[in-house]
Design a binder for this molecule. Structure first.
Ligand SMILES: NC(=O)c1ccc[n+]([C@@H]2O[C@H](COP(=O)([O-])OP(=O)(O)OC[C@H]3O[C@@H](n4cnc5c(N)ncnc54)[C@H](OP(=O)(O)O)[C@@H]3O)[C@@H](O)[C@H]2O)c1
Length: 268
């Protein structure tokens, strides 16, 4: 029996991936959302643990419950994550810290805690980066971008550190997919536009840009093929890009001065 731990198991991207691997793994599913209890009713081989992964209590409970059923983990996928947007000069430090706790430090802690389990199985770890983890830094989108860039650096160092243990460490960089995270962008913009003192005009333009991007967001089921490669391939790539924005990729290859000029035109 193979064992997989999936964080953020109730996320929009996790659902189709879990459905696609459910017959090959005993699934340990965790999420802060209580809705996880009512999800995946068609999967008999599972353990469901609801809790906030940034809390020590959840991590201890996760560890205790997992060690009662297995001493090895063949796969960990880190879907849990949140989005924060807004001006660097206005968003309170607490909001940035909260984002880093789940988008970055929870990954760090979970991987450390389950390293003995991964060693036993010569398992694999899949991290969710984003197109923002690799492409240029957009204004008002820095908190999430910083967290995903951190995941990228962490992923690459860890991959090299764990190679001799036979543990594969892979990052997936999705573009925009239609999930709750994307749907929340509208609410988030309403909040930051109501709160801003100095950035009303550029934030309104950013809101238009992100809402247009949202319309182009893809069906989460389209991510499954990429995940199956990362999960099942004997020799997976180090990085998988999927569904990224052509405009962002184009802007990314330009010199920084030109990027600044074009972004300046857009936001002025
Ligand atoms: N959708 C995209 O376009 C996209 C693009 C690039 C990368 N990604 C990445 O892919 C991953 C999944 O994204 P998604 O769009 O599927 O997001 P989503 O539907 O919003 O799901 C994120 C999940 O993480 C859970 N979560 C949040 N804080 C948590 C905590 N402290 N402890 C445990 N679980 C927590 C959420 O629970 P609640 O709902 O209760 O908060 C939610 O179930 C994220 O890491 C995201 O950054 C997504």
């Amino acid at each position: 029996m193979k064992y997989a731990l999936i964080t953020g198991a109730n996320s929009g991207l996790a659902h189709p991936v879990i459905a696609s691997i459910k017959d090959d793994y005993f699934l340990i599913l965790t999420d802060v959302s209580e809705a996880l209890n009512g999800a995946y009713t068609d999967i008999p081989n599972k353990l469901v643990i609801v809790g906030d992964l940034t809390k020590k209590e959840t991590l201890s409970r996760l560890f205790d419950q997992i060690k009662n059923i297995t001493k090895k983990l063949d796969l960990i996928i880190h879907f849990a994550g949140i989005l924060e947007i807004g001006p660097l000069m206005e968003v309170p430090l607490e909001a940035f810290e909260k984002l880093m706790r789940i988008n970055f430090f929870a990954i760090y802690t979970v991987n450390q805690k389950f390293f003995p389990f991964l060693k036993k199985a010569k398992g694999r770890i899949i991290h969710l980066s984003s197109e923002y983890g690799a492409l240029l830094a957009l204004p008002f989108h820095s908190f999430y971008t910083i967290s995903k860039r951190s995941v990228e650096v962490y992923n690459d160092s860890l991959r090299r550190e764990l190679k001799s243990w036979g543990i594969k460490v892979i990052k997936v960089r999705p573009g925009a997919f239609k999930t709750a995270m994307q749907a929340n962008v509208t609410k988030k913009f309403d909040k930051i536009l109501a709160a801003t003192k100095d950035f009303q005009s550029p934030l309104t333009k950013m809101q238009q840009m992100m809402l247009a991007e949202l319309k182009r967001a893809k069906d989460p089921r389209k991510i499954v093929k990429t995940f199956r490669k990362a999960i099942y391939k004997k020799r997976p790539r180090t990085t998988y890009n999927v569904g990224q924005s052509f405009k962002m990729k184009l802007l990314n290859i330009l010199p920084e001065k030109i990027q600044d000029y074009l972004l300046g035109l857009f936001f002025s």
